[in-house]
Design a protein around this ligand. Structure first.
Ligand code: NDP
Length: 232
């Protein structure tokens, strides 16, 4: 019960890595506020690209000890045919949302002189064909993380990023469909390229997020931890 008495906000928590993280933090004692585009079973509606919504929802929560910025989308396309709105949608959802949520959460964390922020980056930050928008956003997440660690460190707020490799979720299933493959075939190809010879599960990313959100990681800040089965 390492999160007893802590309030955690997890964005994009209706499914995938966000849902696994919300479940784990809750199982370990946290009061979890799960946010996603649509309200649902235990999920509060909040479009994290919308500053007014973020400010209103975060103000309503009040105390925030842990923030997991997980909401994300892909809109893959090669540069020469990537529509401008796919570029901006991916930057807004994967990067600007984190600026908005961190800014809203730090109002409470700075006063409390305590906070744990974990941002979802990606292996794609190192470069990925067809993902100019996503790679730029996820590399931006690493820069944002390193900078907020410097600015918020004096208030005992740690800021870290997790950069997963291939994790079997709806997001990677959609990528498989886009390239005309089944999720299983697509995963098998990714597994071949991975030293551990398999793709990851949402729970395996959630476990690392929970570590960085815990007091065990109290002297870890400004880092990006790759969770990718050993791929270089
Ligand atoms: P999923 O698509 O399964 O889940 C993402 C969730 O975020 C969805 O419920 C989605 O809602 C929600 N979301 C999208 N836009 C918004 C928004 N504006 N406001 C609030 N919620 C929103 O993704 P994963 O679980 O696979 O990925 C989670 C994070 O991990 C993402 O940041 C992703 O980029 C990152 N990641 C994932 C990897 C993978 O292999 N799966 C690898 C590396 C990084 P809706 O479904 O309605 O759009």
């Amino acid at each position: 019960m390492r999160f007893e008495g802590r309030t955690a906000v997890v964005t994009g928590a209706a499914q995938g890595i966000g849902a696994a993280t919300a479940e784990l933090l809750r199982a370990q004692g946290a009061n979890v506020v799960a946010l996603d585009l649509k309200a649902g079973d235990g999920v509060v509606a909040c479009d994290v690209t919308d500053k007014a919504q973020v400010d209103e929802v975060f103000a309503g929560i009040g105390r925030i000890d842990i923030l997991v910025n997980n909401a994300g989308i892909t809109r893959d396309n090669l540069l020469f045919k990537m529509p401008y709105d796919e570029w901006t949608a991916v930057l807004q959802t994967n990067l600007t949302s984190m600026f908005l949520c961190c800014q809203a959460a730090q109002r409470y964390m700075v006063k409390a002189r305590y906070g744990r922020i974990v941002n979802l980056s990606s292996r794609s930050a190192l470069g990925a064909r067809g993902q100019a928008n996503y790679a730029a956003a996820k590399a931006g997440v690493q820069g944002l993380t390193a900078t907020l660690a410097i600015e918020l460190g004096p208030y005992d707020i740690t800021v870290n990023a997790v950069a997963p490799g291939y994790i079997a979720t709806a997001m990677t299933a959609a990528t498989a469909e886009r390239v005309g493959s089944s999720p299983e075939e697509h995963q098998a190809l990714a597994a071949e390229r991975t030293p551990l010879r398999r793709v990851g599960r949402p729970e395996e990313v959630a476990a690392v997020i929970a570590f960085l959100a815990s007091d065990e990681a109290s002297y870890v800040s400004g880092q990006t931890l790759y969770v990718n089965g050993g791929a270089r």
